[in-house]
Write a protein that binds this ligand. Structure first.
Ligand SMILES: Nc1ncnc2c1ncn2[C@@H]1O[C@H](COP(=O)(O)OP(=O)(O)OP(=O)(O)O)[C@@H](O)[C@H]1O
Ligand SMILES: [Mg+2]
Length: 261
């Protein structure tokens, strides 16, 4: 679904170059659940923005569903993004003067979809995130967890196949964070590809594949089998999530395979 090859991104800061991504290569299959962890400034958000077609690399290649994205103009990139990719950010990014319903409806309006279709899709996703009774509330009338669930509803209203979450629980208490995780993991169980950037080790551990970034490079990339049943529990609090039973010996990580052979 996603293939990055030798992606580089350098920012100019005060006249000197800062390499945010160095030769990053990565392949992601449909339905995967990845977490991206690593120190502040290691390039996690830059990588996510690259995958989300919000940013362009200086060099390297990126195929999304076999489409070479670097060859697309901005309009076609925006189309590919709108049809396939949903985003969730730490700070929700909702529009304060619109109701929850209108915020969720926005991507469909921008895509020019008819009102009847919009009404039905928004009603469906509001129910999926458990907020049917909050549709007419404005953002300032909602709690943090509810705001993030509105943002999730907005991210999925166009039925994307890839969901990118940058610190989705960063501004939430553990109970609200648990609700948000329940919703996005349920979407992954239903088939959406999920990439979560987080500083929260317990959240990161819940993914089936763990990527660690250091200094703009992928430092490790491990697949893990989650045997614990708590991944399916509803209303899980982050603080309730003890270490899940991870068998990291069974890994498809090329680097570590090479290292051990
Ligand atoms: N627009 C920009 N202009 C200049 N430098 C940038 C820009 N965006 C990111 N950087 C730099 O690139 C590096 C990687 O940034 P990035 O935001 O990807 O880090 P991160 O791993 O997401 O960090 P955090 O955990 O703090 O969110 C950092 O050193 C950052 O200062
Ligand atoms: Mg970041």
């Amino acid at each position: 679904m996603i293939k990055l090859e030798a992606i580089n991104k350098t920012y100019q800061v005060g006249g000197s170059p800062l390499r945010a991504l160095c030769d990053v290569s990565l392949q992601i299959e449909p339905g995967e659940y990845l977490s991206v962890m690593g120190p502040s400034g290691s390039g996690k958000s830059t990588l996510l923005n690259m995958i989300g077609l919000l940013d362009r690399p200086d060099s390297g290649r990126y195929w999304f569903d076999q489409v070479a994205t670097e060859e697309l103009n901005e309009e076609r990139r925006a189309h590919l993004r709108g049809e396939n990719i949903g985003f969730i950010f730490q700070s929700f990014h909702l529009i304060n003067r619109l109701t929850a319903f209108e915020n969720v409806e926005l991507p469909m309006m921008l895509a020019g979809q008819p009102v009847k279709q919009r009404r039905s899709a928004v009603t469906d996703v509001m129910a999926m995130v458990g907020l049917s009774d909050r549709a007419s509330h404005k953002p300032n009338q909602l709690s943090g967890g509810q705001l993030q669930r509105v943002a999730i509803a907005r991210a999925i209203v166009m039925r994307p196949r890839l969901l990118l979450a940058d610190e989705p629980t960063g501004n939430l208490d553990s109970h609200s964070g648990g609700e948000v995780i329940d919703v996005i993991e349920k979407l992954n169980q239903d088939g959406i590809t999920l990439i979560t950037v987080t500083h929260d080790q317990q959240l990161g551990d819940r993914a089936r594949r763990h990527i660690r970034m250091v200094d703009g490079m992928i430092d490790s990339d491990h697949n893990a089998h989650i045997k614990g049943s708590n991944i399916k529990s509803s209303q899980t609090k982050i603080s309730d999530i003890k270490s899940v039973d991870i068998d990291s010996a069974d890994t498809e990580d090329k680097k570590s395979d090479d290292a051990t052979i």
